[in-house]
Design a protein around this ligand. Structure first.
Ligand code: SAM
Length: 280
């Protein structure tokens, strides 16, 4: 196994800085630097790009991103214990790594980034899903990022790429596929992590489309899709009762049947419905 840089192996970094993984922080570390470099390669050509990394931990993926040529990495980490280890990475890549301590859900990273920007992260899945939804739902498009390369529990990854008719098809699939190309690019068994989580993980790569696949207002689409899948077994006319008083007419105007269920409706149908709901 060849070294990707001159820094110590991650097991040694963890020992030196006493970085026992904490469950409360959702910490499952990747210690194989060849694997982290492989994940970094899934993010596309990093040369000439700034990369936003959330949750660098002891720095495995950070080192992958830097060794793969990222122009600059901005890493946001909540656990202050990781900062000394990350300072060593910053020293090995002068001027190319900035670390901010804090909760990624509270920090606006944009002041520290210059386009083109890619995002890469191995995060606790609940934080990852919350950030993914935020990154996919700005009112205006294209977003600040060109691509997102994110580790998820396999089950969440499958929800992002699911198509109509599948049990995993829902809000995440619609939001992701409306404005991006989304694919699973790597599958990782629990043993790839230290400590191993209970379930398998997948890396999802999302490439922002220059414009959404179908016209719709982002806020209206989000509201319609959330209501439709909140009660996914109900017919649309019942599930969407709260969205508009004349929802049956609007469903018909969108070319949908009021007795359809959310699971059967393709992305295009939800966008047509969002347009019909937005009409005054
Ligand atoms: N990227 C490292 C790796 O692949 O080995 C660490 C991955 S570990 C699954 C998740 C990391 O996210 C931890 O370092 C944890 O401290 C950090 N983290 C958890 N919640 C966070 C949050 N809200 N904001 C920023 N970092 C967070």
């Amino acid at each position: 196994m060849g070294a990707i840089d001159d820094l110590p192996p991650l097991r040694e970094v963890i020992r030196t800085h006493d970085l026992q993984a904490r469950k409360s922080m959702g910490q499952n570390f990747l210690l194989d630097l060849n694997l982290t470099a492989k994940i970094a390669r899934q993010a596309g050509d990093l040369t000439g790009c700034d990369v936003l990394e959330i949750g660098p931990g002891p720095g495995g993926l950070t080192r992958g991103l830097l060794s793969e040529g990222a122009r600059h990495v901005l890493a946001i980490e909540k656990d202050a214990r990781c900062l000394p280890a990350l300072s060593e990475v910053a020293a090995a890549y002068p001027g190319r790594l900035t670390v901010l301590e804090g909760d990624a859900l509270d920090i606006d990273p944009l002041a520290h980034l210059t386009p083109p920007i890619r995002v890469a992260a191995n995060l606790p899945y609940n934080v990852g899903t919350e950030l993914l939804v935020r990154w996919l739902t700005p009112q205006d498009w294209p977003p600040f990022w060109q691509s997102l390369t994110l580790m998820f529990q396999r089950e969440v990854a499958e929800r992002i790429v699911a198509g109509p008719g599948s049990k995993t098809y829902g809000r995440l699939a619609i939001l992701a596929q409306w404005r991006a190309d989304a694919r699973i690019v790597l599958q990782l068994p629990p043993e790839a992590f230290t400590p191993p989580p209970k379930v398998s993980s997948s890396v999802v790569h999302l490439q922002a489309l220059p414009k959404p696949r179908f016209e719709a207002d982002a806020a209206v689409l989000s509201r319609v899709v959330a209501a439709a899948f909140n009660q996914r077994r109900k017919m649309l006319r019942a599930a969407l009762k709260g969205v508009a008083p004349d929802i049956e007419d609007r469903l018909i105007a969108a070319g949908l049947s009021p007795t359809d269920r959310a699971e059967q409706i393709p992305l295009e149908g939800f966008c047509a419905l969002a347009r019909a709901v937005a009409q005054t």
